[in-house]
Design a protein. Sequence first.
Length: 234
Amino acid sequence: MKDLFGKAILDYQTHNNPENIITSTSISEEDEMEVGYLFRSFGEMPTIEQKALQLTKGRTLDVGCGAGSHSLYLQNERNIDVHSIDISRNAIEACSLRGLRNVQAIDVLDLDNEKYDTILLLMNGTGVFETLDKTTRYLQKLKSLLNPNGQILIDSSDIIYMFDEDEDGGKWIPSDTYYGELTFNLRYKNEIEAPFPWLYMDYNTLQNAALANGLECQLLLEGDHFDYLAQLSI
């Protein structure tokens, strides 16, 4: 991958003429995202993200930290020991430049010999799982990284609303795959990233997956647009 998302983050941090990120998915047209949105303060974050950060406790792992805004709040405002990881080396460089002390460019599946009290997966945290059939692998890995009485705080959305309805109110959804499995396309400064999988999970599907992997699942908060925050624990 060209790491264009991370390049946009690093361009914004270093004032290197950042431009909007152009995204589209297998079920939606192109949309523009301002890179500055990723650098928002706590007060500018959605309620679900604020709630997750307020519930964070102990040694914390921020998975897919992006520009590091969640981690910075935890480190600077709550004095929490936070380990921020992302597969994007450009994003991790930007996080370091922003003052995060414990950052690492690594896939969470490759993280070993670590234990945490809180694991954060925010901004559609289930996207990291890629597809529904990979969810067990990720949940087992996250479970192995938890301390006793630890918690996983994760958000996602039920995107059923994006599919057309028939006259009886039923939804036209794919029959061969889970409807939350999307392919993402990304363009930045006229460069095109290779398409990549991204998973949105409705709460019931997440709950069933959690229970199947020996994790308790609790719905903590529902947002205004089919989004939610959940807590997983052993």
